[in-house]
Design a protein around this ligand. Structure first.
Ligand code: KIV
Ligand code: ZN
Length: 388
């Protein structure tokens, strides 16, 4: 089994399905270029049959991006698949991603099809797609709520038709980590030709477990592709967040033992670009890319970080694109952090007594003001000097 984890980004497809996050062709191209800079393995650029605009966006991205595989989504029918293949013609590496729902609920209520009809349609779709492009991903929509016996039959059949990636989505974010991980493991063990395809996870965040479920799918289930989006953008509560899953696998390489090809230094820029383009604000305490992700406010933590960063930092801010970590001065800060900031501001106080006096006034101010800025410190020190 490969020890590389494939990162499949679907910001431009599933991310765009987030209400209010629709993007123009040029905006999508800009983001695709940033995803290429990030060294994302597969960029799902859109759903070409859904509109002429999306067709053009996928076509433009396929023509422009050379270092990532470009993928187009299609339902499991010839028209959608042909449209996706047409949009992907200019790509140096192209993938068709075709899907059909396999859960009893979706088959009966949404598709109004019998399981046998769904199986037949999945087979036909992959067969048709395989004649157009070599790299075919098949997704069993609502996979996590599907009957495993039926899912095994569908997956075995589509692999036999030439599907090269098998994705088992948790479409409605219903899964829990151990169950989802074991679900994938069980499918992989039961499908006789399972090793002919890469297994993939695609998790939604309705219960806030998209990243945890994806990681369980990798660790327990043996999936080697994760589908994710920048900032976790996506339908309803969103998708698995790229920055979180990538940094989890990198930071805990001791546990996951997998390589990820992402150039993490471009993560923050990607996050900001997606946020500015869609108008979706990133919460300050969001892991990796939130404004507070590398900020230290308490005196004890500040003192620790100033002595050795890894006391309270498990990742380097610089490794994900921040200029540096941040020591936030406020009422919880200690003398050590205050002194360090004075040094950074080029202020040298002559005696420890002067430092103590300035620190006491800083604490007084901090009780009245939630965050102390550099200007406050300079004013505080200079007013002290003027009094002298
Ligand atoms: O959530 C889902 O099931 C999907 C499929 C189209 C892969 O987005
Ligand atoms: Zn999805």
């Amino acid at each position: 089994m490969t020890d590389k984890l494939i990162i499949f980004d679907t910001t431009l497809r599933d991310g765009e399905q987030s209400p209010g996050a629709s993007m123009t062709r040029d905006e999508k191209l800009r983001i695709a270029r940033q995803l290429e800079r990030l060294r994302v393995d597969v960029i799902e650029a859109g759903f070409p049959a859904s509109s002429n605009g999306d067709f053009e966006a996928v076509q433009t991205i396929a023509n422009a991006i050379k270092d990532s595989t470009i993928c187009g989504l299609s339902r499991a029918n010839d028209r959608d698949i042909a449209r996706a293949a047409e949009a992907l013609k200019g790509a140096s590496s192209a993938r068709i991603h075709t899907f059909i729902a396999t859960s009893p609920l979706h088959m009966e209520k949404k598709l109004r099809m019998t399981p046998e009809q769904v199986l037949e349609q999945a087979i036909q779709a992959v067969r048709f797609a395989r004649n157009l492009i070599g790299d075919i991903e098949f997704s069993a929509e609502d996979g996590s709520r599907s009957d495993p016996d039926f899912l095994c039959r569908v997956i075995e059949a589509v692999i036999a038709e030439g599907a090269t990636t098998i994705n088992v989505p948790d479409t409605v974010g219903y899964a829990v980590p151990e169950l989802y991980g074991n679900f994938i493991k069980n499918l992989r063990e039961r499908v006789p030709n399972s090793d002919k395809a890469i297994w993939s996870v695609h998790c939604h965040n309705d219960l806030g477990m998209a990243v945890a479920n994806s990681l369980a799918g990798v660790k327990i289930g043996g999936a080697r592709q994760v589908e994710c989006t920048i900032n976790g953008l996506g339908e309803r509560a969103g998708n698995c967040s790229l920055e979180e899953v990538v940094m989890a696998v990198k930071t805990r390489r001791d546990y996951y033992g997998l390589d990820v090809g992402i150039d993490t230094r471009h993560i923050l820029a990607a996050s900001r670009m997606v946020s500015q383009t869609t108008g979706f604000v990133v919460q300050p305490n969001k892991a990796v890319v939130g404004a507070n992700a590398f900020a230290h406010a308490s005196g004890i933590h500040q003192d620790g970080v100033l002595k050795a960063r890894d006391t309270y930092e498990i990742m380097r801010a610089e490794d994900v694109g921040w200029a540096a970590n941040k020591i936030v001065l406020g009422k919880l800060s200690g003398r050590n952090a205050f002194k360090q900031r004075l040094q950074e501001l080029g202020v040298s106080l002559e005696s420890e007594g002067e430092v103590n006096a300035a620190f006491a006034r800083f604490k007084e101010l901090a009780d009245r003001k939630s965050e102390i800025f550099d200007e406050d410190i300079l004013a505080l020190v200079h007013s002290e000097k003027a009094v002298d």
